[in-house]
Design a binder for this molecule. Sequence first.
Ligand SMILES: [Mg+2]
Length: 454
Amino acid sequence: MRGFIFDLDGCVWTGDVLVPGAGEVLALLRSQGRALTFLTNNSRARAATMQAKLERLGVQASVSEVLTPLEILGRVLDTHVGTTSRVLAIGGPELEAAVVDGGHSLVPMDRYREARAVVVGNDFDFSYARLTAASRAVAGGAAFLTPNLDPRLPVEGDDFLPGCGAIVEAVAAAAGLRPLVVGKPEPPLFELALDRMRLAAADAAMVGDSVDSDIRGALRVGLTAVHLAPKGGHDGVAHYILDFLGERRRVAFVTAASLHDEDAYFTRVASVLGAPPPEGAGLELLHLRWNDRPQLVLARAEALFMGGGNTYTLLKRLRESGLLPVIRARVEAGTPYIGASAGSNVAGPTILTTNDWNVVALEGFDALGLVAFNINPHYKETDPAMAPGSETRDDRIREYHVVNANPVVGLEEGAIARVEAGIVTARGTARIKIFRRGQEPTWHQPGEQLPVEA
Ligand SMILES: [Mg+2]
């Protein structure tokens, strides 16, 4: 990576305090000659203000290395509304200044009917009167713009302030219309950041803590996305697990894929998922040992989590212990199933698309068949560490399709395929690539419904 784009709130600072280690990481990247850009969705501050805060906290940065939605607000108004537009601005003084410096003029609140556009940012003096003016102007035909839809601003002590998005949603609900988003996750700010660094998206990475703004936006323009999440925090894996499990908390965790110390593996996972929220998921994990009365443990569990390791070993042990048909029946009866790595492989009809070696000389590769597609976990389209001319995953999946007909779902690290009532949805923090026999593969972003049969 020749350049890095850093989100500010939650990545470089929280409130007025540097995130531990952020200063050191940024200084190291700079000493290595890598380009840096700071890209915030802040709706109240322009680049100079953010740059001054970075300096105050001891992070070296120039004004041109900082981007906020206010930098491009004037241009977006030019394009979508027209030059020299009359604008009702709901937000801080820097939002108003950005409108004026962009060649537009401000409409006082009591003359909201004259506004051709309404821009709503985070407004610390928001009131019912402002909500009335903004929503009536939008309902009456004025263009509706906002720097961002982020619902919260993280501050010190794991706390938050309501974000711009919380106020925008009030206006949107009253007006019955959705806003045009100027900042992340829309592409323009990311594209401007790449322009300033003179880099292509393939040569840069975005570091962010918001899946909705930073990660989704970065993936849309082809950047590598680095998700900064507190262990099991709101955007971490615990969040997705709890969302999937609903009210259920007693989960059997299967360590049969591990050829190493299964107890140590269980303890490690239990310490993460068993910790109370927000750090963990607050689950009551039961250790399901394939060779020690596994069906008793399964009978007590409300859900099943199949851990990772060697896929051939896992399938061999599930078969030898008689668990394969038992688990299939439980899941068909409605018990939620979560699989990681090898645990996701065995959910498909076969494990033929695993990345593992058959170190246990397993014969026969039919698996649980909970879904109709095969899975390739830890999918990578390209891998610079591979010898030149090596077979890629895509090559191997093409070979699979010479002799097999069902789709293969490639999960990049951090991607989740959630299956519910026959509908498959992409979740998590990375992309999913779907391979179909005789067709070009397709990429899918978190949040999309996937075009495969469950
Ligand atoms: Mg952030």
